[in-house]
Design a protein around this ligand. Structure first.
Ligand code: ZN
Length: 476
């Protein structure tokens, strides 16, 4: 390419030189006519200048080509610039790709904080309800009318007044049969739009934090008697998570299933333990903040051995014998002489100041009407267990009653051959979805709870009778 161009340029110079020499001849003739040597001398110099100009033009052309190669559209500068841009873009793309990869890994590891779900935006901030809940605690706010910062506070005991609007099971009643409760007749629960919902606390932290609600009072059975009656082996089996997947206390609470909640189910002793900061030690003892609660009693670690004869009955044997057509009961493993039963019940006094401050809102929400007022708001806990009496043991769900919170004290079935009927309220607990927004909930600091009948449960009225089935026999 270059050689070709040079040849062309060389040709142009040759033509220019030929033109020049013709002009020079003409000039020479004129000069001869004029005999002016000085002029001749000048012309010679002029010839040199023309050559110089031509040379400069040629150089300029060459320079132009070079410039074009350097700064033109495909020039060195422009190419360098393009290369630099490409590099920068690659770098940016790589950073974006690395960022996306990081988010992806974060999501799969279930990390709190930098989850990529919100377009890479930082989400390490606590949830709105956690912030408001903690703010109220930091400000030592008493809540209610005395609230010092209503805009930025959520308190234990606040009412969520629109929770019933998002319930999804409002027209499906729950009917429980004698085969499920051990009590004659059908007991029915139905959604009631007057049910109140109160804030209990927070579970978890970060992106997985949840707001916990419970009903202001236990929920009522349809009819005049608001309580759920349970008796015997049926009442024990159907409220024991280790026996059945279909805990009837949870089934009752499902009438308040809600689109804003991950789960709505019956209160358990574990829910109360978590809210009060109580733990069950590996030694079976009950602790709060590392201190053993003196007003607690545990049957964990005790064990009973079945004998045979008049004083040895097992709830499994009872159900197998009494309900021959119930497939679930027929699948139970019968108990024989020599089989053992481990104690698992425990309890603590909620009126003990080392357990909870009785002037707190949490105390009001959880225990109001269960320690006085005829214990009218006493309620079942869907935490079944075994209580060891020394010479026999008792089976049944826990409850909150008589100033006690009990895990597995229901005492519906005695291995010595008696069964008892108890009646308490049912207390749902709702764990709201972590994604619940501030607009989803209407929170009010005030509300009132209905007074309940003070005549039941009557601790002296609980009936007890001999068991007619379920005797333990020698191993076949
Ligand atoms: Zn407040």
């Amino acid at each position: 390419m270059h050689d070709e161009k040079n040849q062309k340029e060389a040709a142009v110079i040759t033509v220019a030189s030929k033109k020049d020499s013709k002009e020079r001849e003409k000039t020479m003739e004129n000069q001869k006519k004029c005999f002016n040597f000085r002029k001749i001398k000048k012309d010679v110099q002029g010839i040199t200048l023309i050559a110089l100009v031509v040379t400069i033009i040629v150089l300029l052309i060459l320079a132009g080509i070079a410039l074009n190669l350097t700064i033109g559209e495909n020039g060195i500068f422009s190419r360098a610039e393009k290369a630099a841009n490409t590099w920068r873009n690659a770098e940016t793309n790589e950073q974006l790709a690395m960022g996306e990869l990081g988010n992806w890994i974060g999501n799969y590891l279930g990390e709190n904080g930098n989850g990529g779900s919100q377009g890479g935006g930082s989400s390490t901030e606590e949830k709105w309800f956690v912030q408001k809940f903690e703010k109220a605690q930091e400000d030592n706010c008493p809540g209610g009318d005395a609230c010092t910062d209503p805009e930025n506070h959520i308190h234990v005991g606040d009412y969520v007044t629109n929770f019933n609007n998002t319930c999804t099971n409002t027209s499906s009643p729950v009917n429980l049969s004698e085969e499920q409760t051990g009590v004659e007749g059908t007991q029915t629960y139905q959604y009631d739009s007057n049910t109140t919902w109160r804030v209990l606390g927070i579970r978890g932290s970060g992106d997985s934090a949840q707001l916990i609600l419970t009903t202001g009072s236990p929920i009522k059975r349809t009819g005049d008697d608001p309580y759920l009656h349970l008796e015997g082996a049926e009442g024990w089996y159907n409220t024991d998570d280790s026996m059945t997947d279909n805990n009837i206390l949870d089934e009752i609470c499902s009438i308040y299933n809600n689109s804003l909640a991950d789960e709505v189910r019956s209160m358990r002793i574990e829910d109360i333990n978590n809210l009060l900061g109580i733990t069950v030690g590996e030694d079976g003892q009950i602790y709060k903040n590392g201190e053993k609660i003196s007003s607690s009693q545990s049957f964990i670690g005790y064990s009973q051995t079945y004998g045979q004869g008049d004083n040895h009955y097992a709830p499994e044997n009872y159900l197998i014998e009494k309900y021959p057509s119930n497939e679930e009961y027929q699948n139970l493993r019968p108990k024989y002489e020599g089989d053992t039963v481990d104690g698992s019940a425990y309890m603590y006094m909620v009126t003990d100041p080392s357990v909870i401050d009785s002037s707190s809102k949490l105390y009001e929400v959880l225990f109001d009407g269960t320690t006085s007022n005829g214990y009218s708001k006493a309620y079942w806990l869907a935490s079944s267990g075994v209580l060891d009496y020394g010479s026999f043991c008792g089976f049944g769900p826990g409850f909150v009653f008589l100033g006690l919170a009990c895990g597995g004290y229901g005492d519906l079935f005695h291995s010595c051959g008696r069964e008892q009927e108890y009646w308490f309220g049912v207390r749902p607990v709702a764990y709201l979805k972590s994604t619940v927004s501030e607009n989803d909930l209407t929170i009010s600091r005030n509300g009132t709870e209905e007074e309940w009948a003070t005549t039941i449960p009557d601790p002296d009225g609980f009936t007890s009778e001999s068991i007619s089935a379920g005797r333990v026999t020698a191993r076949p």
